[in-house]
Design a protein around this ligand. Structure first.
Ligand code: MET
Length: 622
């Protein structure tokens, strides 16, 4: 399954460069110490990284986790590993009808729901070792202030309009009903339990006012169609500037982000309703609209700004950067979030016209399935964030596997058997075996001291091969191709294993003096390759990287990744105590985990793109 092939042939020039890099005296920079508040710095590479803000009302499952927070985490960690300046912002998205629905369900207030689930999200991400610089939420005074300010700028610049919209109103409850508060008969297939936003019978998106015999989900009475004024974002008016901008930056987006955006553009942009007759949300600061709130997708991306503002008063340094500190802004998300980040949010910022930081890289994943089907909370299928810690499998193994199967260019699935296989082959047999043998040889044959190295063509060939892998690794990660990155690390380890197998230091060490010296070179080189692996794997498996580096007693400065390979562990360096790094996952563990998370066995309900009961498609009606 490993098909990233960088090897091919090593030219004399490759050898010469590898030799030069290896023997050049470099003073490695110390890893940057990040202290809050992290701000963009002139003359440095500045990265702003965000992951989509998960709706607060649910416990995230592994698919949600790899789609946004974990992917963004690996990228942010990679930036830190390169000693670049990076700020990683995340948080929960707390407004919208999803929260209100949950509140009704759990008989709590929306705010209580947010407070409860915010903690659940935070703890899940802590367990997965997600290294947010700040993890915030959208129910803050900052969010209200900034959303209202942004809106008023858009409004002042004439990029809004108002129109009367038909909605279902429940007299008994005295409220307009959001899509998810209505059920009825599907106008298409006549299925009698269709939801207000989508029919579970035929899968079609529905306009709630078209439901036949609608009923209020809260009280069961029949709502009536009433008109109400709403505010629209005039996308057609912004479209020309938006198109220019998209054309300029989208070549560096993930392929699906480009395609989804182009589909939207092809259909032509329509004015989009950005207000709702709800109570739970950011109030609209305009006379006549005081009782309305912003549609959750208008204010959710503004959460990135407001959460930064909760982190530092200097938040505008990131969001309205001066010309001399350009910022690369990477947004990670699952594909259903793309239009809101590639069209809606940028359109808002362009309409404001105050040089707000626009996204430079949209990195969207496809969906992760669970075994042969979909994750489903209601049916208890799949691993949810809160379950993961009770499996006996460490966060690093989950991280590794989720990144190994990251749905980077097509849907993929999480499978326990596959997780065990990857653990047992790639981690245990490949990396674990190599790193452990290298260190044990150093301990056993050289008293744990890195021997003198006199590299010859064998070593320079190895170094040239590794350099190719490292270059490919760096270029993949800079493009957000996190899954490929893992494969280059495994290649490095494979080269190391092959080298050790061919050189046989355990034989050499028993031979002539010359052979003993040669054994020293081989063991020294191997320990250095092991250290390179410990560094490269850091964004993916941070705890494992620490354990490896402890066993090597590696100096702190190794944890800055360069683009060339030079000596990480110097001759004379005393390593720590080697011990096995990974453990085998047995078949009976696989069997029992599979059973534990298989759910009730009831059939899946609707085709909903892998996200349970939560469609955020391209519907233009409120
Ligand atoms: N809450 C949205 C979701 O979970 C993402 C919002 S990103 C600003 O899909």
């Amino acid at each position: 399954s490993i098909n990233v092939d960088t090897e091919s042939s090593i030219s004399p020039e490759d050898l010469r460069l590898a030799e030069k890099a290896w023997s050049s005296k470099v003073t490695r920079p110390m890893p940057k110490v990040f202290s809050a508040p992290i701000l963009p710095k002139k003359g440095e590479k500045n990265f702003l990284v965000t992951s989509a803000l998960p709706y607060v009302n649910n416990v995230p499952h592994l698919g949600n986790i790899i789609g946004c927070v974990l992917s963004a985490d690996v990228f942010a960690r990679y930036c830190r590993l390169r000693n670049w300046n990076v700020l990683y912002i995340g948080g929960t998205d707390e407004f919208g009808t999803a929260t209100e629905t949950k509140a009704l369900e759990e008989k709590l207030t929306p705010q209580q729901i947010c407070d409860k689930y915010f903690v659940i999200h935070k703890e899940v991400y802590e367990w997965f070792n997600i290294s947010f610089d700040h993890f915030g939420r959208t129910t803050t005074p900052q969010q209200k202030l900034i959303t209202q300010e942004f809106f008023l700028d858009v409004h002042k610049n004439n990029f809004t309009s108002t129109a009367s919209v038909e909605q279902l109103h429940c007299k008994a409850c005295d409220r307009f009903l959001a899509d998810r508060f209505v059920e009825g008969i599907c106008p298409d297939c006549k299925f009698d339990d269709a939801r207000g936003d989508q029919c579970d019978g035929c899968g079609h998106l529905i306009n709630a006012v078209e439901l036949i015999k609608p009923r209020c989900k809260i009280c069961g009475n029949m709502p009536v169609v009433e008109k109400s004024d709403q505010i629209f974002l005039e996308l057609p008016k912004i479209e020309p500037v938006l198109r220019d901008w998209i054309e300029k930056v989208s070549p560096q987006w993930s392929h699906n982000a480009r395609t989804i955006t182009n589909t939207w553009l092809k259909e032509g942009l329509k004015p989009r309703c950005i207000t709702r007759d709800l109570k739970w949300g950011t109030p609209v600061p305009l006379s006549g609209f005081e009782k309305k709130v912003f549609y959750v997708w208008f204010d959710a991306p503004i959460g990135y700004c407001s959460i930064t503002a909760c982190y530092t008063d200097e938040w505008r340094q990131w969001w309205q950067p001066s010309k001399d500190t350009p910022i690369l802004y990477y947004e990670f998300m699952a594909k259903d979030n793309v239009p809101f980040h590639s069209v809606m949010f940028p359109a808002t910022l362009l309409a404001i016209n105050k040089n707000y930081q626009m996204v430079t890289h949209i990195m969207a994943t496809e969906y992760l399935n669970y075994e042969d089907g979909k994750f489903s909370k209601s049916r208890g299928v799949g691993v949810f964030g809160t379950d993961a810690r009770n499996t006996g499998i460490s966060a690093d193994i989950f991280r590794f596997y989720l990144l190994y199967v990251r749905p980077e260019s097509q849907d993929s699935s999480f499978s326990w058997l596959d997780l065990a296989t990857k653990n047992n082959t790639e981690l245990l047999n490949n990396i674990g075996n190599f790193v452990n043998r290298a260190l044990v040889f150093a301990e056993k044959f050289f008293d744990g001291i890195i021997p003198a190295m006199n590299p010859n063509v064998e070593e320079f060939t190895l170094l040239a091969l590794l350099t190719k892998e490292l270059h490919a690794f760096n270029s993949a990660l800079e493009k957000g191709k996190l899954r490929d990155g893992i494969k280059y690390i495994l290649n490095v380890s494979r080269h190391g294993n092959q080298y050790m197998q061919v050189q046989k230091p355990w034989v050499l060490v028993k031979g002539s003096n010359e052979e003993k010296t040669r054994a020293g070179t081989v063991v020294g080189m191997s320990c250095n390759v092991a250290c390179l692996i410990a560094v490269m794997i850091q964004p993916y498996m941070p705890s494992t990287s620490t354990i490896m580096r402890q066993q090597m007693n590696a100096p702190d400065d190794v944890i800055v990744l360069a683009n060339e390979i030079n000596i990480l562990l110097q001759p004379g360096h005393k390593i720590g105590k080697p011990s096995p790094i990974f453990t085998k996952i047995e078949q009976n563990t696989v069997d029992s985990l599979k059973k534990q998370f298989a759910g009730s066995g009831k059939p899946a309900s609707a085709t909903n793109g892998g996200k349970e009961g939560n469609i955020k498609g391209a519907k233009n009606t409120p």
